[in-house]
Write a protein that binds this ligand. Structure first.
Ligand SMILES: [Zn+2]
Length: 347
C-alpha cells in the first residue's frame, strides 16, 4: 500500500519529529581526539595541514587534555614526535620517551580521560618505516619484538588502551602474550585491524609526525585499498588473537568495510577519520566550496551510520562544541503568556 496512505514526508516535517525518528546520533561520548606530544616545554605548534591540531610539549598537552575532557570527549589517541630517531626506534620504547612521560602525567593530572596510545615504530625509526627493515622489506618477526617492547613500555607508564598500528602478522597475539605475562591481562588492545595503504595519511606523516619514508612504501604490510574480503580476514585474525576493539582506517573511503566489519563480527568498531579526510573538508571549506561545520557533521554521522561505534577524528573538539550548542538551542523555554492565558481560562 503506497501513496496516498504512505507519506514518508510526515516524519520529516520539522526538526523535532526528524529527531524523534533519527536512527543514528553523533554523540560526543563516541569521539576520540588524536594528540601529538613533543619534547620540551612551552611548545605549541600548529600542524599546517591540520589547522586546529597542534604538536604540544607536555605542559600544553595536559591543559589541552583537560579542555578535551571538559567537552565530554572521553578519550585521546596519543602520538609521539621525538627529537631524535635511530635504526632501532629506541625512543619508541624508552621508559622516559616522549609518549611514556606524557602518559604518566596525563594519568596523574587528568585521571578520567582515557589515554589510548599508538603503538608503532614509524615515528622513531630513521627510515620512517614501522619496524625493522631487512633487504628493503619490513622484517615481520623482528619487528614484532619492537612492537612488544613498545607495548610494555606504554602499559608500564599507565596507558588505558594500546593501539597497534603496524599490520604485522601475529602482532596482536604477540602483544597479548607480552601483556599477560607482565600482569596486564586487563589492558585492552584496540587494533588497527583493517588499515589500508592510503595516501590519505600524507598530512599526518609529512607535518604531523615528520616521519615520511626514506624509501619504499608501506604496501607490504598495509592492505591494498582494492580489497574488502581481505579486510574481513585481517579483522577475523586479530579477534582470534585477542583484539578487543577493531579499527578501520581510513574511514570515509572505507564505509563499506566499517559496515561489513560491524555486521560480520559484532565487535566494537572504531573508524579513523584520517588527516587527509580532514584536509579535504577543511581545504574545500577554505576555498569557499563547502560549509566546513555542516560537512563535518554529515561526514561523522555517515561514519556512525555505516556501523562505527567510535570515531577517531581531528574534528572531535569542533564537533563536540557544535553538538553542545545544538543541545543548548533545543532546551525549551516556557511561553509564560500562554500559561497565564490558559490558567485565566480555567479560573
Ligand atoms: Zn607505523
Amino acid at each position: 500500500m503506497g501513496y496516498p496512505v504512505q507519506r514518508p514526508r510526515r516524519l520529516r516535517q520539522n526538526e523535532a519529529i526528524r529527531g524523534l525518528v533519527r536512527e543514528n546520533e553523533l554523540s560526543v561520548g563516541k569521539l576520540i581526539l588524536p594528540l601529538f606530544a613533543v619534547p620540551g616545554r612551552g611548545v605549541r605548534r600548529e600542524i599546517p595541514s591540520l589547522p586546529g591540531t597542534y604538536q604540544m610539549s607536555i605542559d600544553h598537552l595536559v591543559e589541552e587534555a583537560a579542555a578535551v575532557r571538559d567537552t565530554g570527549i572521553p578519550a585521546v589517541l596519543l602520538f609521539g614526535v621525538p627529537d631524535t630517531k635511530d635504526e632501532l626506534a629506541s625512543g619508541a620504547y624508552a621508559a622516559d620517551g616522549i609518549v611514556q612521560q606524557t602518559i604518566r602525567l596525563l594519568k596523574r593530572a587528568v585521571r578520567d580521560l582515557i589515554v589510548i596510545t599508538d603503538v608503532c615504530g614509524c615515528e622513531y625509526t630513521t627510515s620512517g618505516h614501522c619496524g625493522y627493515i631487512r633487504d628493503g622489506y619490513l622484517d615481520n618477526d623482528a619487528s614484532l619484538d619492537l612492537i612488544a617492547k613498545i607495548t610494555l613500555s606504554h602499559a608500564e607508564a599507565g596507558a588505558d588502551i594500546v593501539a597497534p598500528a603496524c599490520m604485522l602478522d601475529g602482532q596482536i597475539q604477540r602483544m597479548r602474550q607480552a601483556l599477560d605475562d607482565r600482569g596486564f591481562s586487563n589492558l585492552p588492545i584496540m587494533s588497527y585491524a583493517a588499515k589500508f595503504a592510503s595516501r590519505l595519511y600524507d598530512p599526518f606523516f609529512k607535518e604531523g609526525t615528520h616521519s615520511t619514508l626514506a624509501f619504499g612504501d608501506k604496501k607490504t604490510h598495509q592492505m591494498d585499498f582494492a580489497n574488502s574480503d581481505e579486510a574481513m580476514r585481517e579483522i577475523g585474525l586479530d579477534i582470534e588473537e585477542g583484539a578487543d576493539i577493531i579499527i578501520v582506517k581510513p574511514a570515509l573511503f572505507c564505509l563499506d568495510i566499517v559496515s561489513r566489519a560491524k555486521s560480520q563480527f559484532h565487535m566494537p568498531v572504531a573508524a579513523y577519520n584520517v588527516s587527509g579526510e580532514y584536509a579535504m573538508i577543511d581545504g574545500a571549506a577554505r576555498l569557499g566550496r563547502l560549509n566546513c561545520d555542516e560537512i563535518m557533521l554529515e561526514a561523522l554521522t555517515a561514519i556512525r551510520r555505516a556501523g562505527a561505534d567510535l570515531i577517531i577524528t581531528y574534528f572531535a573538539k569542533r564537533a563536540a562544541e557544535l553538538l553542545q550548542r545544538h543541545d543548548k538551542d533545543l532546551s525549551s523555554h516556557i511561553d509564560r503568556a500562554a500559561v497565564e492565558e490558559a490558567l485565566g481560562a480555567l479560573a
